[in-house]
Design a protein around this ligand. Structure first.
Ligand code: SF4
Ligand code: SF4
Ligand code: FES
Length: 248
């Protein structure tokens, strides 16, 4: 088995005077070793101060995303056997650094839910006695695709626009909007969505280089969903202009 060298970003902003640096650790590779297992071994056997996030260890919670050899990836889904023997680990850019490899994706995604109004908008009165409404399987499956997002932040970290504009909602945000556009229970019109996403913070801020689509660990069809929202918003923008509404 190979010896692996990990070069890991270290910085704790809560320790006065602490400086960002790279620290090296060496480990024997093991069968089936993931980057999450390697980090746990480093923390248990070499350095208990190392900070990194995880919950599920199964690519479900999205909390272990980081830059591994320069690419945003989930540590629990990245296997040592697919990596060279020298591995660098950095925290995801864009998000606020908590320390070492931990970033605060939670606040970013909470703000995104508010900004994109990520809930079903309906004027129907709630009737607690009503039977559950049925949905066609085909429609449910369409909604399920964008809904598979685990909010890991890999697409945001990979996005050139998100790296230079902190108000950009990223592929995950546009994907979230697509999810509600596809949902027949949501009564918002395209003009309503235009207010939310028809701007530079949303679909028109995207430069379309598709780093997000290549790097999503859940393989969500981001390219397709971005194109779907962009087409709808371009049409809605034109319609609003014909109606004499000023579109910025
Ligand atoms: S295609 Fe758009 S959302 Fe995706 S990485 Fe590029 S700019 Fe960002
Ligand atoms: S769209 Fe993919 S890469 Fe982006 S946050 Fe969701 S799961 Fe992560
Ligand atoms: S620990 Fe949950 S996605 Fe990696």
């Amino acid at each position: 088995m190979r010896q692996l060298t990990f070069s890991i970003f270290r910085f704790n902003p809560n320790i006065p005077g602490d400086k960002p640096r790279m620290q090296e650790y060496k480990l024997e590779e093991q069968d089936g070793m993931s980057m999450f297992v390697a980090l746990t071994k480093i923390r248990e056997e070499l350095d208990p101060t190392l900070m990194f996030d995880f919950v599920c260890r199964a690519a479900i919670c999205g909390s272990c995303a980081m830059l591994i050899n320069g690419r945003p990836r989930l540590a629990c889904k990245t296997l040592a056997k697919n990596m060279p023997s020298r591995i660098t680990m950095m925290p995801l850019p864009v998000f606020k650094l908590i320390g070492d490899l931990c970033v605060d994706t939670g606040t970013w995604f909470k703000d995104l839910q508010i900004k994109t109004e990520a809930w079903v908008h309906t004027n129907k009165k709630f009737d607690p006695k009503a039977l559950e409404e049925k949905m066609d399987n085909e429609v449910a499956e369409k909604i399920y695709e964008p809904d598979r997002c685990v909010e890991c932040g890999c697409c945001v970290a990979a996005c050139i626009t998100a790296n230079i504009r902190d108000d950009f909602i990223g592929a995950t945000g546009i994907n979230r909007v697509a999810r509600f556009m596809l949902d027949p229970r949501d009564e918002r019109s395209d003009a309503d969505y235009f207010d939310v996403v028809g701007n530079e913070e949303g679909t028109f801020g995207c430069v379309g280089l598709m780093g997000c689509d290549d790097l999503c660990p859940m393989e969500i069809p981001l390219q397709e969903n971005l194109a779907y929202v962009r087409r709808k918003m371009a049409a809605a923008g034109l319609k609003l202009q014909f109606q004499g509404v000023k579109v910025s």
